[in-house]
Design a protein around this ligand. Structure first.
Ligand code: GLA
Length: 427
């Protein structure tokens, strides 16, 4: 019997049913493969970032939400040091030994790097873990900018922790401080085992998300606030360009290096700064001319985006305090900030692409769309849109038809519920 720890929001009954279905299905698949039931199942969500893009590795602010799309891992503890792993969605398996994970074995499939990385770093930081049998599956679209890889490393971390102590204790025991440590560990997996110098946003939201709340996170101090997302008659629509993000890793690392270069140069004129987070637009404009042209655009975008996140969060908080009649104006302001964020990502940070721009252009021409932008690292992946529910049908029809007509690609549209962070379920 799967413990019914999922009932957190009666409004998401449809999605809960779907989630129960997924958990039963991964449990069944585990039995088919290993001949016995798993001991527990881990679920870690993907995310969509509402605003605050490419600010996390600049010590700045972000405002993502966890979505009801998950990586699930069904797990049974082994009495030896072997990892026997099956990734259902790519139909690949891997057998590894906990004592021989570094360097990464040459025959290890790419998806297993996340588990290898997590197991290695957990052991290096004195966590005793055992071998596991595991079945991995999920519905976070892979490579679509919705953090399937963070969801995989977070679920792997909970899988290994669950195998080393009574499962019932894992959910309770993962304190806020422990979650921050785990997020940092999963971020190191990306840096050291995958080669992407990512920030801390994706892993943190996958662990810390809360249903119907955005996570306002200060990526320097890791202080955070769960801000209620009373969207009323509006909802969050995600639209997948289905464009593979081939440039994402190399260009991502380049952007990060450009920002660091900007800080190096600016610190000669503004003493004491250690990241773009420390500079406001007025000071920046005094010294911007000292930077190479491209670095100017990159830094300007980040400084402006940090301000947009602060404005967006204040706007939502103001909305939460208003009476029902006046309730829409702040949301419109939030939407304008999303649109401005997209423009900065397109023109100054240059991480958008034709397909993302097309989807945002189409969306913006539809009545009822409050705001729209690319989300995640960019170069493909998804847009996120806040839209009135009355306009959803038109949105689906027009986004699909016009995008298909201009690109020949069938986009995918997901209406997501804002969900809780990762959890472990006893079987
Ligand atoms: C990727 C990274 C994050 C963040 C975003 C861009 O998702 O993993 O750390 O930098 O890109 O905002």
């Amino acid at each position: 019997m799967i413990q019914d720890a999922l009932i957190d929001n009666p409004n998401t009954a449809g999605s809960l049913e779907n989630r129960h279905g997924q958990i039963s299905s991964v449990r069944q698949q585990f039995e088919n493969i290993f001949g016995d039931a798993p001991e527990f199942i881990v679920a870690a969500p993907g995310r969509v970032n509402l605003i605050g893009e490419h600010t996390d590795y600049n010590d700045g602010y972000v405002f993502p939400v966890a979505i009801d799309k998950y990586i699930h891992i069904a797990v049974r503890k082994r009495s030896d040091r072997r990892l026997v792993l099956h990734a259902l969605d790519v139909n690949e398996s891997a057998e590894l030994n906990l004592d021989a994970l570094r360097p990464i074995p040459s025959n290890a499939p790419t998806w297993s790097y996340y588990l290898i990385g997590v197991a290695t770093l957990l052991q290096e930081s004195s966590n005793e873990i055992t071998g596991i049998d595991a079945v991995i599956t999920g519905d976070v679209p892979i490579g679509a900018g919705l953090s399937s890889s963070a969801a995989l490393s977070v679920s792997a971390a909970l899988a290994f922790l669950g195998s080393s102590k009574p499962v019932s204790s894992v959910n309770n025991e993962v304190s806020e401080a422990r979650k921050k440590e785990l997020a940092a560990l999963c971020q190191r997996v990306e840096h050291e085992f995958v080669g992407v110098n990512c920030g801390i946003m994706d892993q943190t939201i996958s662990l810390m998300g809360r249903a119907d709340h955005g996570l306002f996170l200060d990526c320097r101090s890791l202080e955070y606030e769960h801000v209620p997302l009373n969207l009323g008659a509006h909802c969050i629509a995600i639209c997948n360009t289905k464009v593979k993000r081939e440039l994402a890793a190399s260009e991502y690392n380049k952007r990060r290096a450009e920002c660091e270069r900007g800080v190096d140069i600016l610190s000669q004129s503004i003493p004491g700064i250690s990241s773009l987070r420390d500079i406001n637009l007025t000071d920046y404009e005094k010294y911007e001319g000292k930077l190479p042209a491209l670095t100017q655009k990159r830094c300007r975008y980040v400084i402006e985006e940090n301000t947009r996140v602060l404005d967006a969060v204040s706007t939502l908080k103001a909305r939460n305090q208003q009476t029902v009649e006046k309730v829409d104006n702040p949301l419109i302001a939030f939407g304008r900030l999303m649109n401005a964020s997209h423009k900065g990502l397109r023109d100054d940070y240059e991480v958008s692409c034709g397909e993302l721009n097309l989807l945002t252009d189409i969306a913006r021409s539809i009545d009822g769309v409050i705001g729209t932008r690319m989300t995640g690292a960019g170069f493909g992946g998804c847009t996120v849109t806040i839209i009135h529910t009355n306009a959803l049908e038109t949105f689906r029809t027009r986004m699909t038809a016009e995008y298909r007509k201009q690109t020949g690609i069938e986009p995918e549209i997901y209406l997501c519920n804002v969900s809780n962070g990762a959890q472990v379920f006893n079987c």
